[in-house]
Ligand binder design. Structure first.
Ligand code: IMP
Ligand code: MG
Length: 178
């Protein structure tokens, strides 16, 4: 457990377990995209640490681009109404896109991204997500490269925030009594 000001944060996935899994995911992507040059589309802000770590396990000529989205309403509940606050710099038409996400909760943000990026006619789109939350009634989603399935708890750390804080922890944890 880690204390941060008045909050107690319990570790759910430790730093070494995260790093080991990220190495495996990077290896899979490297094998699948050998001889190609995919565009890694990192969804900000939550995936900034994940993209920085995983890309160092993908020794092929990847291109980076970044997109920021925000979901309206309660920070702990995705409303499904997604707004692009920063769009890609590059045209991904004909490109092989890999969406790099921190966490898939209800899957609504991902559905929106798949639709939005799909409309730009990339050659292919795959999804790499570090965390997939077990939410009752959630349909099978499109994650090809998945790190961990986690319980239906609100988690922080390793890029993930609660009211914009705790992104800097090197592990995934949850705040006690929240
Ligand atoms: P979805 O649309 O319900 O899948 O929500 C996806 C987005 O909500 C993620 O990209 C995160 O930004 C945020 N989110 C969902 N669950 C958590 C969590 O447990 N901790 C921090 N952010 C979360
Ligand atoms: Mg996110």
């Amino acid at each position: 457990m880690v204390l941060c000001e008045d909050k107690k944060i319990r570790v759910l996935i430790a730093e070494d377990a995260l790093q080991e899994k990220i190495r495996e995911l990077g290896l899979q992507i490297t094998q699948d995209y050998k001889g190609r040059s995919p565009v890694l589309v990192s969804i900000l802000r939550g995936s900034f640490i994940f993209i920085a770590d995983i890309c160092r396990h993908i020794p092929i000529p990847v291109v980076f681009d970044f997109m920021a989205v925000s979901s309206y309403g309660n920070p702990k509940l995705s409303s499904g109404i997604v707004r692009i606050t920063k769009d890609l710099e590059f045209n991904v038409e004909g490109e092989e896109v890999i969406i790099i996400e921190d966490i898939i909760d209800s899957g609504r943000t991902l559905n929106y991204l798949l639709k939005n990026l799909g409309a730009r006619n990339p050659k292919s789109i795959e999804v790499c997500a570090l965390l997939d939350k077990k939410v009752p009634g959630k349909k099978d989603n499109r994650i090809k490269y998945k790190g961990f399935e986690i319980p239906n708890k609100f988690v922080v750390g390793y890029g993930l925030d609660f009211h914009e804080k705790y992104r800097n922890f090197p592990f995934i944890g949850y705040i006690e009594n929240e």
